[in-house]
Design a binder for this molecule. Structure first.
Ligand code: T46
Length: 133
């Protein structure tokens, strides 16, 4: 059975008087060593991002600001939807999950990745992804 995507809760240290800090340490709060961090922002509402899967790269996506919808499909055709709208939660995406991402224009999506950027790790054609099951 493929590993399932799941919520990751990041404890908010602090309180409403002073604000909060959340921490993502590789192999502790996150189930892999963090090799790369990137963030996505100023994405118009009508744009659909993603539309690919990764062969080796695992990721955690966190909406540090705003609202992001993440739709996932695994090789068995099972689908999962996560609405990211709070900075103390992220979604863990195992390998081989096709993703579609819709962001509010003002949203900032922080991504923690298990691998360095490597274009050959991407499957960008849906028919190829479906054919690999
Ligand atoms: C993912 C979602 C959530 C780089 O050169 N280095 C990088 O580390 C990344 C992430 C991207 N790029 C280049 C590759 C493309 O020429 O930036 C361009 C846009 O990338 P892409 O079309 O893959 O963007 P998204 O938003 O569809 O996907 C990105 C990540 O690539 C992907 O791994 O899961 O964010």
């Amino acid at each position: 059975m493929p590993e399932k995507p799941r919520w990751i809760h990041f404890t908010g240290i602090g309180d409403s008087e002073v604000g909060y800090i959340s921490v993502a340490q590789g192999n502790t709060h996150v189930p892999f060593p963090i090799e790369r961090v990137y963030w996505v922002y100023f994405t118009p509402d009508y744009i659909e991002r993603g539309n690919h899967a990764h062969k080796q790269c695992k990721q955690i996506l966190i909406a540090v600001s705003g609202r992001v919808e993440v739709e996932l499909e695994n090789a068995l055709g099972e689908t999962f939807t996560f609405l990211l709208d709070t900075p103390d939660h992220g979604v863990y995406i195992p390998v081989m999950h096709w993703r579609k991402i819709h962001m509010d224009q003002n949203a900032v999506l922080l991504c923690l990745a298990s691998e360095k950027y490597f274009e050959e790790d991407y499957i960008r054609e849906y028919e190829v992804f479906k054919g690999l099951k």
